[in-house]
Design a protein around this ligand. Sequence first.
Ligand code: APR
Length: 258
Amino acid sequence: MMPAGQLPFSIPEAIVGRLSAARHLTALTGAGISAESGVPTFRQAQDGLWSRYDPTELASPQAFERNPTLVWQWYAWRRGIVDRAAPNAGHLALVALEQFFPNLVLITQNVDSLHQRAGSRAVIELHGSLYRTRCSREGKIISGYSESATPPICPECGAFLRPDVVWFGEPLPAEAFERAAQASENSDVFLSIGTSSLVFPAASLPLIARQNGALLVEINPEPTPLSDQADYALVGPAGLVLPALLDALRAARQTPRS
Ligand code: APR
């Protein structure tokens, strides 16, 4: 048996070598990086109250049209979980990697702000944020609304308010995606962390990086459709693999190459 909290493998030398020589590191994260903080992923069964619902169906404009109260409550429940959660070792390792890569570009599909709370500097949010609310009619970001109705009502036009997140079938914020694609194209090493790689266009970013010569490394305890296309699939939880990657890089930087 392996001791708890220890990876059953070491980080391959070839990854450490490429990382040591890299100038541009780009990371894409998904719900899996927050799993060890206790935030449920999208494609894992939900607990208790919400076990009857499929999150991938609640996250849609159709669901909001059908039952705005249900969708608002689901997001309020998720926000409650995230409020009580703390960044984990995976989030913190990504912050520490900025010491080696001051231009590290961190692209996330998550709406939980845990990267920002951990201290990551420049986070590109592809799917919006649980912590912003907008008018479902006019799209304007609204703060300071009354919570007496569920969903709350836009104080300016009377339409329902909705979370400022990207739902299935909706376009991503164009400027954020453009920056993410650019960073992917320019990267020397690209880390795809804790994402099922099923949702496009986010799932195209590692492929853009790979096509442009980046070393593509996946970090996930489960195989995904990306695994076969990655140069390396590091099988394990982000909270263990990322600190191990950081330690290996630190050790390599301290040991001058002969
Ligand atoms: N460390 C790393 N990865 C993990 C961990 C962990 N500790 N635990 C689970 N995972 C992996 C799972 O194996 C899975 O591949 O995280 C992934 C989570 O997948 P999804 O739930 O599909 O989340 P994500 O890829 O972020 O979903 C993309 O879908 O519903 C939409 O908009 C939503 O942004 C979301 C998008």
